[in-house]
Design a protein around this ligand. Structure first.
Ligand code: G3P
Length: 234
């Protein structure tokens, strides 16, 4: 079942830049049937633009969303634990894989892990053919995570997450620093507070390989319109 090697997972998703990810978090608007409805909006926008949009729903929604169709909207778990077996209450990489996920988020600022644990979870993900998108709250942390060879790193200043103040306008020099210091073999995403096309355009102009968004989409009155605006400039 598991792959013996720990080489980076190769997936065409990683070749189509910019990489776009929508994190559903645990927002009520992105739970259960409402998560499925949002996933369908992501799929329809992705298909319209001929792109892929990664979506990361709650664990309990992975199966229903992946089954509904994920060719244009690859599904990532929001986290994985390490163990398979006697680990009641844990989220195993095998379980998310079998539910239909092709990758996992790790070390989001809302689900932090000690640095050595990040390395172990990346390894566990690779062993199951899952891509890892690891979050970092600083350039220093990005460089430590880079050593574990995840497929993607997302730089997100935690204080801007959910703030509506975008990383592109509040921390442009840190985006430049991030993309300069982390090797392009790892896809380098940025996120936090992105709310409009200008925020996305600026992040890409500064050299980011992709972007991540949550609240501006999941909590929007008209999520399709906002997502269309973000994807159009990507
Ligand atoms: O995972 C992306 C997320 O943390 C950004 O959140 O609400 O600031 O777009 P938000």
């Amino acid at each position: 079942m598991s792959r013996p090697e720990t080489a980076p997972v190769r997936d065409p998703l990683l070749e189509h830049l910019p990489i776009m990810i929508i994190n559903f978090k645990t927002y009520e608007e992105a739970t259960g049937e409402r998560a499925l409805a949002l996933a369908r909006i992501c799929r329809s926008v992705a298909m319209r633009f001929g792109k892929r949009i990664i979506i990361s729903p709650q664990f309990t929604d992975i199966y229903r969303i992946a089954r509904d169709g994920s060719a244009h909207t690859p599904v990532f778990a929001q986290h994985i634990d390490d163990g398979i077996g006697k680990f009641t209450g844990s989220i195993s990489p095998l379980a998310v894989k079998e539910a239909g996920a092709v990758g996992t988020l790790l070390n989001h600022s809302e689900r932090r892990l000690p640095i050595e644990e990040i390395g172990k979870r990346i390894k566990a993900a690779k062993a199951h053919g899952l891509m890892s998108l690891c979050f970092a709250d600083s350039i220093e942390e990005s460089l430590k995570i880079e050593a574990f060879a995840p497929e993607m790193i997302a730089y997100e200043p935690p204080e801007l997450v959910g703030s509506g103040i975008s990383v592109s306008t509040a921390r442009p020099s840190q985006i430049t620093d991030f993309v300069t210091k982390v090797a392009p073999s790892v896809r380098r995403l940025v996120g936090a507070g992105i709310t409009n096309a200008g925020d996305v355009a600026k992040a890409l102009e500064l050299g980011a390989d992709g972007w991540g968004v949550s609240s501006a989409f999941t909590k929007a009155k008209d999520p399709e319109t906002i997502l269309t605006e973000l994807v159009r400039v990507s």
